[in-house]
Structures are given as structure tokens and as C-alpha cells.
Design a binder for this molecule. Sequence first.
Ligand SMILES: NC(=O)c1ccc[n+]([C@@H]2O[C@H](COP(=O)([O-])OP(=O)(O)OC[C@H]3O[C@@H](n4cnc5c(N)ncnc54)[C@H](O)[C@@H]3O)[C@@H](O)[C@H]2O)c1
Length: 454
Amino acid sequence: MNVAIIGTGYVGLCTGICLATIGHKVTCLDTDEKKIGALRRGETPIYEPHLVELMEEGRSNICFTTSYPDAIPNADVVFIAVGTPSTANGSPNLEYLSKAASSVGEHLGPAFTVVVNKSTVPIGSGNWVGTLLRESLERKHGRKMTDEFAVASNPEFLREGSALFDSLYPDRIVVGADHPKALETLYMLYRPIIDQSFSPPTDIPRPEAKTAVPLVSTDLASAELIKYAANAFLALKISFANEIGNIAERVGADITQVARGIGLDSRIGSRFLAAGIGWGGSCFGKDTAALVSTAAEYGVSMPIVESARLVNKRQRERVVDKLLGELKILKGRTVGLLGLAFKPNTDDLREAPAIDIARRLIERGVRVKVHDPIAAERFRHEYPDLDVQICAHAAQVAEDADAVVLVTEWTEYLQLDWDAVGDSMRQRLILDGRYSLDRERLIRSGFRYIGMSS
Ligand SMILES: NC(=O)c1ccc[n+]([C@@H]2O[C@H](COP(=O)([O-])OP(=O)(O)OC[C@H]3O[C@@H](n4cnc5c(N)ncnc54)[C@H](O)[C@@H]3O)[C@@H](O)[C@H]2O)c1
């Protein structure tokens, strides 16, 4: 099939490359000329494991453009994957979606096209995008138009850091549409993934147990709500672990053992039941805010989701409180932060806890040193005003530091020579914000080890 993808960010680019990998002809479009220039040269504007290799392998099936007239008229399916960031009141900013939909509408060809919202968009956006497309088409043709297109929702569940794996071997595919032909087209598009009949790329082999992927076909509104509900549930699982962590701290219990004891119950599951600094990234914060704000529009309150947000905010503040508790005076101290990206294996800094923590420490007169194996360069460009020392090597954040905080659990941090790290510090204090380090080993090396709930 001919596919056009609008927006070459984390979602658009990964989706485009995976669809090219399974044999579709894909045109990726972005209004950002720099991004498209880089992609045409074979460079990727984001970091995602194996993205470069897969893009190279799929080269014959994929092209990049800034031109709507080049991308849209021949497309059987158009995915809209532009950003939907939060506005000040928590509702999503739909400006990019609106512009993209109008531009798609202006260039739709004569053949039936399915226009798919892949961006995370509030309930009702499918209808709204349909109206924008129709208005654009009718403006262009000067007459009433029907049946040239249908709108579908196909929410994305990929995790940055394993986005390509998640796209090729997803837990499920959700498609929502009120038009049967749209559902049929998307079934055909995704069939190689649903049946797992495509040849897996060398770098991302198929897991043995993966033989088929469930397809959930729904109406538009249900698909839109599934995405928000899934993210809210994952976010609240993390906040729940943190809330239990706080009581664990008071009663002298070990939250990592408590979480393990809860998570092994198959009704609960251990994934995302992780105490620590809390969630970051571009999705959980914005999507929980959007869910609460949409619900309010319909007169529904969402106290569970609101509380999950509050617990997460409190958790970041606890990092500074913990350091204050240990060091007593923060002014004039040096603190090293290991990790800037909101999680390992990505360079994404959106809503990254490290940024917030660095800011709070600087406000208290702390000298902050930071390191990240992948996101440091992006950090330099996006936060030039943040007065921190960026270190080239992880161990350097510890030199003359009064404390080191593990913010992002990159594998290389878990394998540091902690004896040497300790030797270079003013005092051996480590705050393990992700409960990922070997506590016993650190204690044996003379560290004072503290977690977020200990
Ligand atoms: N990042 C994730 O992990 C993730 C996961 C699931 C869902 N989502 C959702 O997917 C959507 C995209 O997220 P992202 O992280 O890929 O965003 P992003 O900011 O990385 O990328 C968005 C891209 O859209 C481009 N763009 C904006 N307006 C455009 C227009 N009119 N025409 C063409 N291109 C345009 C931008 O230049 C940018 O490259 C969001 O709604 C997000 O909530 C993201």
C-alpha cells in the first residue's frame, strides 16, 4: 500500500520505518526542513536503538519530503503523527493537528483514502479531523464532497527506547473507525504484523513466542479513550508504588521487596510497579492532564488520575528533600546527576526529572554536574541557560561531589567502578533514584546508600 506519514518525530518516524520494513511504500513528511534534510542524508534526528540500520534496510520503500502535494494524492492511508503538547490548563494543544488535517484535506486525491489519527488526541478528535478534511476539500473543489475519505484512530503504544521492537511485535493493535472500509483498509495494512508473516530484520529478531498480534477494532471514541486510559493506568501503577514506598520508609520496610511481593501476583504484575523518582517523558504527564481536562468538560471528576499526578510531582521534590536531610546545608555543595534522558535508551528530555531536579538544586546554591551517554548533546542545545557542568564521562560527575544521584538507569551506570567513583568524591553518598544499583555492593564499598523511600 502507499502510506503517507505526517510528522517525523519519535512516533511518525518509527511507524514509517516499520511500515516500510514490512513492505509498504512510505512517504514521511515533516514541515521541519532540517529534519527532512538529515533524513534524506541517512541521518536520524532522534536516538532510538537500530533506527539507522532499519532505515538503511528499508531505503527502497521509504522517502522523505516537506511537500504535501508529493505525499498525499496517491496515498491509500495517511497517518497524522504530529505533536499534541499540553497547554497551560492541561488540555492538549491541537494547533499542529489542525494544520496537518487541513493540509491533508487540500491534497487528497480522487481515490478513497483513510486518514488516521496516530497522535494522542482527545475524544472527539476523529470527528473534528473529519470536519477539517471536508472543509479543506470543499474549499478546493468549490462543491460538496462525500465519501472521498474516512477518518480512523490508531493509537500508538510504543515505548521510546524500544520503539521499533514495539511497533513490529506489539501486544495489540487498536483501530477505531465508524466506517467499515476504514477498518478493512487498516486490517490489510497491518496484516503482516497481525499474522507475524513479515521477515524480521536482523537487528530486531522476532521473539519466539510471538505468533500473532490481537487486533482490537472499535468505534472512534473507544479507540481514542483506550490510549488515554492505558497511559493513565501505567502512570498510576508507578505512583501507587511510590505511595506505598513512602509508608514503607516510615515503618522500616523495603519497598523493592514489597513491590516484588505485590507484583508476583499475576492479577497485578510487576511491570511499572517501580518506586523511584517517578515518571517523566512526553506522554504520561500530558496524557493524564488531558484525560482529567476532557473528563471535566463532560462533568466527570477523575480523583484517582489526579492523585497519581500529585504523587508524581511530590516524588521529584523528595530528591532535594532527601539530599537536604543527608547534607543539611545544600548551598555550596556539589551534586552529580547520572542521566538526563527521561529513561534509558532514548535522547528524549521532555518532562525529564533530571531537568527539574537540576533546577531545584541550582536554586538552592548547589553546583550541579551531569552526564548522559546519549542525551547530553540534545541537553546542551535545548537547555543552554541551565548552569550545570556537562561531563564527558559518567565517573566525572562524582569528582569532588558531596552526593551522586542516579536519575536514569542507563546500563553503563550500573557497571561503574564504584570503588574508584567513591575515591573521587568528597563523601560517599549515593541516592539511587531508580532502585537499580547493587545496594549491598555499594554499602560494602563504604557508601551511604539511600533510595527514594529509605
Ligand atoms: N513519543 C512517544 O513515546 C509517544 C508514544 C505514543 C504516542 N505518542 C503521541 O504521538 C504524537 C507524536 O509524538 P512524538 O513524540 O512523535 O512528537 P514529536 O514532537 O517528536 O514529533 C512531531 C513532529 O511533527 C512535525 N509537525 C508538526 N506540525 C506538522 C505539520 N503541520 N505537518 C507536518 N509535520 C508537522 C514536527 O516538526 C515534529 O517533527 C503525540 O500526540 C504523542 O502524544 C507519542
